[in-house]
Design a protein around this ligand. Structure first.
Ligand code: ATP
Length: 238
């Protein structure tokens, strides 16, 4: 069976700085795969490259067996890759509902769109309660929910989440992680970038530890969670 996403020897540079130095990994349909690692490891750069926002210097990206090399960024969403970016990038003056609807800009099935708006409100009731309010009035965690909800509106085959737990209270973080698990249970495949290694590895079928542009360790989430090196480096243990 072909993997949903295949990344092979991916290299990405900003001018002379090589941020991603030849990484390879796959995401099988129905899995949660996580990239963990400290600041500057190249995780965000990897997601931005998969979304077509940065052109790679080398390597291969295949989605459903098809190379993304010649696919322009604006067409990548229509293939089924959605990205909930770090820093959220919601539109603060627009209403919560309009922000969600933006995620469906490629769709014309009105009924389906309404259904998915409702699904976002079921996942995140606060968004439904405040649907007519400006998105900028939401708290950081709520904006993160909106960014996830918006990414889901394109009915992605692969949902890429960049640091969904960043800046959130422990309670909010639990809520977001529970939603990630729920999305997986409903069949969404997820590529999760996180600095919170504990939370990410607990959910992930497969995890990859990145350090300065390279994958240095790979394994099932639960195995990495008990790996001594991972515990020392990322889970704050001596
Ligand atoms: P973080 O969690 O802090 O986002 P990350 O693992 O996602 O970390 P990246 O943001 O991908 O890491 O950064 C990888 C490297 O590329 C870092 O050294 C960073 O300084 C560099 N970098 C990122 N964006 C740019 C840019 N626009 N121009 C130049 N260098 C960049």
């Amino acid at each position: 069976m072909t993997a949903l996403l295949e990344v092979e020897d991916l290299r990405v540079a900003y001018g002379k700085i090589e941020a991603v130095k030849g990484i390879s990994f796959t995401v099988e349909e129905g899995q949660i795969v996580t990239l963990i690692g400290t600041n500057g490891a190249g995780k965000t750069t990897t997601l931005r490259t998969l979304s077509g926002l940065i052109k790679p210097k080398g390597g291969q990206i295949k989605f459903q067996g098809k190379s993304l090399k010649k696919v322009p960024a604006h067409s990548i969403v229509s293939l089924g890759l959605a990205h909930s970016p770090e820093g959220r990038h919601i539109f603060p003056r627009m209403s919560i509902e309009d922000n969600l609807l933006l995620g469906a800009f490629l769709r014309s099935d009105k009924e389906g769109i309404q259904k998915d708006v409702q699904r976002a409100y079921d996942l995140f009731p606060i968004l439904g309660e405040r649907r007519k309010q400006a998105a900028g009035t939401l708290s950081g965690g709520e904006q993160q929910m909106l960014a996830m909800g918006r990414a889901l509106m394109s009915q992605p085959k692969l949902l890429m989440l960049d640091e969904p737990s960043m800046g959130l209270s422990p309670l909010m973080m639990q809520k977001i992680m529970a939603t990630v698990a729920e999305l997986k249970a409903s069949g969404t495949t997820i590529l999760l970038v996180e600095q919170n290694a504990q939370a990410a590895l607990s959910l992930a079928d497969q995890g990859h530890v990145m350090e300065i542009g390279k994958i240095v360790l790979t394994g099932p989430g639960r195995e990495l969670l008990v790996n001594e090196d991972v515990r020392k480096a990322y889970l704050g243990e001596d």
